[in-house]
Design a protein. Sequence first.
Length: 309
Amino acid sequence: MLKGRNLINPDDLTVSELHEILSLAQKIIESPFDFSDSCRGRILGTLFFEPSTRTRLSFEAAMLRLGGSTLGFSEALSSSAAKGESLIDTIRTVACYADILAMRHPKEGSAALASEYTTVPLINAGDGGHYHPTQTLTDLLTIVETKGDLENLTIGLCGDLKFGRTVHSLLKTMTRFKGNRFLLISPDELQIPNYVKRLAFDEKALSVDYVELERMEDVLPELDVLYMTRVQKERFFNEADYVRLKDSYILNAKKMRHAKEDMIVLHPLPRVNEISLEVDSDPRAVYFQQAKFGMFVRMALILKLLGVE
Ligand code: NCD
């Protein structure tokens, strides 16, 4: 039963619950108007203490397309956080007005803390460089819709694997499906943190095959999925390091010639420089479709957590 639950960590959902959400999202894609009244009278609260385009707007679009309404704030400065209100008090308050909450906050662990004080389902829409479970649902739906399966894939994760919360969540989740292989492509300084490796690889019942490497070109021809990421400027301690590392990887049409015909390129977006514009017209580039799948999967998640199917 998903009704009434929070979604804070990617592991909060079992594999069968993941499938349940994905198949509801697929039903919604097939006949979206069957759901246009499902959440009439319900309110989604969006608490965004950090910038967002896709996550916040796709959550709002999801609730509106389900016939519900939304309220919230899109920056800390326009909430009472600017007056010194604690996160806990803000959550307690907004939970009085909304039936379900989506929260993004720059501090790792903030969503887990908030979940102890909310009286309605709380969804983590990103907590610092930690996790972003609804981006993972988005990524999973995109992979299922384009590759047909979540198993036996060779997946390259490329870019800022240290601070990228979407990578941490996706890795923790995709290691739970059989037969996947992971090629972790990053500069030395931006490798996956040990705590994520431990959770994603060492503590799994399945033994997971992964390699850490620096050059994308060395593995591009092997990949079924290439997950590109932005270097997370806002999480760096100094500007010079960011400037040095920001253009470590740039995927362009020339590199794409070495990839499989049916490889897909994902990116949670926003993109800065890591994918050249010329790649956008390649049918393997599915990152804007991915943004749309994000809305459908959030519709499914809202329905499940509110228990209004
Ligand atoms: C990502 C995020 O916020 O972590 N964006 C998103 O939610 N689609 C990735 C990023 O900001 O680089």
